[in-house]
Design a protein around this ligand. Structure first.
Ligand code: BEZ
Length: 249
């Protein structure tokens, strides 16, 4: 199975909006000078830098060694670690995460790992894709693979829970949920839909031979065009976000 890979150059070109649109969840975190914060899934460190600029002592982790290398280049304390296996014990005032948790299907493993990393009373503040996120894109990928007799469900990497489901998980791990909301965030894409698929949907594209990928991408784009493209605004992806703030007992 093809794993999702992050390439710093394509990320800069096709995915910079991910951190640009992360300021709302930074506001919800309300970082205070001197706080020790874990940035979970830091990517290339663009938002980590904002937390450091607020005077926080930040450790950044990401599962991608390439992204961690980009964050280290910015002068950040960035390390490779998986969200479900964080090597920290009761040491952070807050765990912050933007646009990452939908990539990890083991949500209970992540929440337990975050709870271990936080001091008692510490906050877990995050935003990621929620129920129905990119439904048009996901449905098109499944339909086009189904048509070829290929099993899209076996490679679909995304976890998009409802607010009720995620609240229940947080509470089951001893968190008190202070705030949780699911909201649509239609997202204009900086490039075309093919660039989005090449950047974010690699596990689906990897099930066909490289020579067949351009045709697969074209078919997926054709299926999405009526819902997501307009000549005036270009491509707009149908993102839905789940944003929350919770407190560890
Ligand atoms: C998101 O940020 O919601 C997202 C990004 C890429 C793929 C799926 C969801």
């Amino acid at each position: 199975m093809t794993m999702q890979q992050w390439n710093p150059e394509t990320y800069e070109k096709n995915a910079r909006f991910v951190s640009d649109l992360g300021t709302g969840v930074v506001d919800l975190l309300a970082p205070k000078p001197g706080e020790r914060i874990l940035d979970l899934g830091c990517g290339d460190g663009a938002l980590t830098e904002k937390l450091v600029a607020e005077g926080c002592r930040v450790v950044a982790v990401d599962a991608s060694a390439e992204q961690v290398a980009g964050a280290v280049k910015r002068g950040l304390d960035a390390r490779v670690a998986r969200a479900e296996a964080l090597p920290f014990d009761a040491e952070f005032d807050a765990v912050f995460s933007n646009a990452v948790l939908h990539w990890v299907k083991d949500a209970d493993g992540v929440i337990a790992s975050v709870a271990r990393a936080l001091r008692p009373g510490g906050r877990f503040v995050a935003e990621f894709g929620g129920a129905g996120c990119i439904a048009t894109i996901r449905n098109a990928l499944h339909a086009v693979l189904d048509r070829r007799g290929l099993n899209a469900s076996a490679v679909d990497p995304w976890y998009f829970p409802s607010d009720a489901d995620y609240r229940a998980k947080l509470e089951a791990h001893g968190f008190t949920v202070r705030f949780i909301t699911l909201f649509p965030r239609p997202t204009p894409l900086p490039g075309d839909a093919a660039a989005w698929l090449e950047t974010f949907a690699q596990p689906f594209l990897g099930v066909v031979a490289p020579a067949d990928r351009p045709a697969l991408i074209a078919e997926v784009c054709d299926a999405m065009r009526p819902a997501l493209f307009s000549p005036a605004s270009g491509w707009t992806a149908d993102y839905i976000r789940l944003r929350f703030a919770a407190e560890r007992a």
